[in-house]
Design a protein around this ligand. Structure first.
Ligand SMILES: Cc1cc2nc3c(=O)[nH]c(=O)nc-3n(C[C@H](O)[C@H](O)[C@H](O)COP(=O)(O)OP(=O)(O)OC[C@H]3O[C@@H](n4cnc5c(N)ncnc54)[C@H](O)[C@@H]3O)c2cc1C
Length: 208
């Protein structure tokens, strides 16, 4: 046995979808990933014309799949620009990607995100590390202020307003809020993407 003050664990992978959100792409709730993901066709075309998505920004499939999806999206871009792309190239990329999508679905089904972990967090547990917002504070926002969805809960509590802009706490916050309100997860929505997607230093080296 090893004595310790705290145990941290990570479970599940979450797609970073803020760029697609800022590009105003349509999203749909993915039951298996338990996350709102941008909608694309099989080659990566998003609903916003001229936007193509691949890799972790669209869905988590791993490094090899990200490369294949990137090639597919590039081919789709070229084709939409009227430039020549062989059908065989597209078919080969789609065929290589298909088993990776099935494998991912199998993994997510075999090892589902334990949603009850988030719902069962003690009130003192910090959910939003950047702003130090606890599970209890988030539940109080649902209970006392009637926040019906995640963005309203963010405004009341500051959850997701810090440096990571909800990338780390957003999914757990949604699970806790949905549980506190007694509604299904999709009903509390998702945190809207805000620019800058990644924190940027105001000063650069050499600036007086
Ligand atoms: C710890 C860890 C272990 C992993 N292990 C495995 C593994 O064993 N096997 C496996 O298959 N996969 C693994 N993965 C997943 C794999 O790394 C990703 O699926 C893959 O890298 C996705 O590729 P990508 O090009 O979509 O994204 P990334 O490789 O993340 O590339 C995105 C790039 O975009 C840049 N970027 C981000 N935002 C902006 C912005 N606003 N403006 C400009 N640039 C920006 C980033 O700096 C980065 O260079 C692991 C991931 C992690 C984090």
């Amino acid at each position: 046995m090893i004595a310790c003050d705290a145990v941290g664990l990570g479970h599940g992978l979450r797609s970073e979808t803020q760029l697609a959100d800022l590009a105003r792409c349509d999203f749909a709730f993915d039951d298996i990933a338990r996350q709102w993901l941008p909608v694309t066709d099989r080659d990566g075309r998003a609903s916003t014309p001229g936007v193509y998505l691949a890799g972790d920004g669209a869905r988590i499939l791993g490094a090899d799949a990200a490369e294949l999806a990137g090639r597919l999206a590039a081919c789709a871009t070229l084709r939409d620009l009227g430039l020549p792309v062989e059908d065989a190239e597209l078919d080969g990329l789609r065929a290589a990607l298909a088993p990776m999508v099935r494998f991912r679905q199998g993994l997510d089904t075999a090892f589902p995100w334990p949603a009850h972990f988030a719902a069962a967090l003690v009130d003192e547990a910090i959910v939003c590390r950047c702003e130090c917002i606890t599970a209890g504070e988030l539940r109080a926002v649902a209970r006392d202020k009637g926040a019906p969805e995640l963005n309203r809960a963010k405004a009341f509590s500051r959850l997701g307003m810090g440096r990571c802009q909800g990338r780390m706490c957003g999914p757990a916050g949604a699970e806790i809020l949905a549980d506190a309100l007694g509604v299904a997860l999709p009903e509390v929505g998702r945190l809207r993407g805000q620019g800058p997607v990644k924190p940027l230093p105001v000063a650069v080296e050499g600036t007086p």
